[in-house]
Design a protein around this ligand. Structure first.
Ligand code: COA
Length: 165
């Protein structure tokens, strides 16, 4: 067909904080899509340890090596932001079968709201399937070592944040 269309994917999430599991998805997706926008949800109903601005700053720092990856923040529907940035793919990482039901529902609803976009699921690498941001936060708050799960910058930011609580 030979067209010059650029495929933009949006990778939405809470990212409180960004972990190696997320970075693994980003690094692989950056090779698949022309442009990848990591969409940090400002308010998701979850009580976050880091503010939206802090989550953006931390993620942007860690992902700065990827030329085609941008970190943005959005407060509202994923599909509205996807339209704004002209994304046609909503990217989600899958860790386990237990993720599937919720993700399938989310994908169906997003497709209903934005038929011109589609959800693409990427399997999380095996070594990161058991990671979640809340477990990482819990381990850190109880003095455990989270070096295997997050970037050193995140490890230090979490330790500092949880210490001052
Ligand atoms: N590796 C490791 N962990 C991962 C991961 C990966 N690849 N991908 C996700 N996770 C973890 C996260 O750390 C998070 O852990 P936690 O629950 O312990 O904090 C968990 O999986 C799920 O997080 P996330 O991917 O951020 O999704 P979410 O369920 O918090 O939902 C949005 C976030 C942004 C997708 C959702 O709230 C949303 O859609 N908001 C916008 C409003 C909207 O459009 N609503 C209508 C939807 S139809």
């Amino acid at each position: 067909m030979g067209n010059n269309l650029i495929t933009t994917a949006i990778y939405p999430g809470t990212f409180d904080p960004i972990t190696h599991g997320h970075t693994d998805i980003v690094s692989r997706a950056a090779m698949v899509f022309d442009r990848l926008i990591v969409d940090i949800a400002a308010s998701t109903g979850k009580k976050t340890v880091f503010s939206a601005d802090e989550r953006v700053t931390l993620a942007a720092e860690i992902l700065s090596t990827y030329d085609n990856v941008e970190v943005r923040c959005f407060d509202g529907l994923i599909v509205n932001f996807a339209r704004e940035i002209e994304a046609t793919v909503i990217l989600r990482g899958l860790r386990a079968v237990s993720d599937f039901e919720y993700e399938f529902q989310l994908a169906g609803m997003n497709r209903k709201l934005m038929p011109e976009a589609d959800t693409v699921f990427m399997p999380t690498s095996e070594k990161f399937t058991y990671i979640s941001s809340s477990l990482v936060r819990e381990i850190s708050s109880l003095g455990g070592d989270i070096s295997d799960f997050v970037h050193p910058r995140i490890r230090d930011a979490l330790a500092e944040r949880l210490e001052t609580r």
